[in-house]
Design a protein around this ligand. Structure first.
Ligand SMILES: NC(=O)c1ccc[n+]([C@@H]2O[C@H](COP(=O)([O-])OP(=O)(O)OC[C@H]3O[C@@H](n4cnc5c(N)ncnc54)[C@H](OP(=O)(O)O)[C@@H]3O)[C@@H](O)[C@H]2O)c1
Length: 252
């Protein structure tokens, strides 16, 4: 029977999810990483966790496919049993999408994709996984700095993450009775594949975004991963219903 804490990180086949999985593992947690159809990416995350001295495994999960959640939670329970555990300690709702465009350009399909992933997926996955969360557990929902400041052509994405933050605060009240914390981490622009990799690969955009931060640059995935993992630790056990921005001081 393991005494290690166990975390589930959605969308951990790349980007911030991978960085969070590695950061959690370096703090001693076992990690279940999910991917929606990229086993090679998920396996790379598992290997990087192992290289850091940790333990991880990968499961498939499309967070838009709410009907699959009962079979997913069964698979998750079986994995916990294989590790000699019955409970999950940390849920990181990281998987998300952005569709960016001005008012006239956003389609109903774009809108539904963003809301269906970021809001509906996050809510119903939390509902499905909540019975498995241990007393003293932690839910961390990934939001964005864009809920505090505005940027052109980001309305639907920002609104979806504002909803995620509202869900987080309310669910902190509901799950607090079981000692479970619910918080959001709000990253600023970070160099991943997100938005076509613009924050990593588009020099002009990087320069503009850098000029909007106190530290004069965009973030690196490890800086968000470390913040997520730190929020999961007992040192922050009295912190719940909070939005913690990790943006290097964007739009102060
Ligand atoms: N990078 C930034 O500047 C930034 C800033 C603020 C907030 N965020 C948020 O941070 C989170 C991670 O973003 P990232 O930067 O790591 O972007 P990314 O590299 O584009 O990764 C997004 C992740 O979400 C997964 N995903 C998307 N839709 C999914 C679905 N229906 N089911 C399961 N997984 C799904 C992706 O899976 P696939 O590989 O299958 O597509 C991928 O693993 C997102 O919630 C994003 O909104 C990012």
């Amino acid at each position: 029977m393991t005494t290690d804490k166990i975390a589930l990180v959605t969308g951990a086949n790349r980007g911030l999810g991978r960085a969070a999985a590695i950061a959690l593992a370096t703090r001693g947690l076992r990690v279940v990483v999910t991917h929606r159809g990229d086993p090679a990416g998920a396996e790379k995350t598992v290997k990087q966790v192992q290289a850091a001295g940790g333990t991880a495994t990968a499961l498939r999960l499309d967070i838009r496919d709410v009907d699959s959640f009962p079979s997913f939670t069964s698979e998750l329970s079986e994995q916990l049993e294989r590790w000699g555990a019955s409970r999950l300690d940390v849920l990181v709702n990281n998987a998300g999408v952005g569709v960016f465009g001005p008012l006239e350009a956003v389609t109903a399909e774009d809108f539904d994709a963003v809301m269906g992933t970021n809001v509906r997926g996050t809510f119903f996955l939390t509902q499905a996984v909540a019975p498995l969360l241990a007393q003293g557990g932690s839910v961390i929902n990934v939001s964005t700095s864009l809920t505090r400041h505005t940027s052109p052509a980001t309305s639907v994405y920002s609104a979806s993450k504002a909803a995620v933050e509202a869900l987080s605060r309310t669910l902190a009240g509901e799950l607090g009775a079981r000692g479970i914390r619910v918080n959001s981490i709000a990253p600023g622009p970070t160099a991943t594949d997100f938005n076509g990799g613009a924050m990593r690969d588009n020099a002009e955009m990087r320069q503009v975004l850098a000029g909007q931060t106190a530290f004069g640059r965009v973030g690196e995935p490890e800086e968000i991963g470390d913040a997520i993992a730190t929020l999961a630790t007992d040192g922050l056990r009295w912190v719940t219903a909070q939005r913690i921005e990790v943006s290097g001081g964007a739009f102060l």
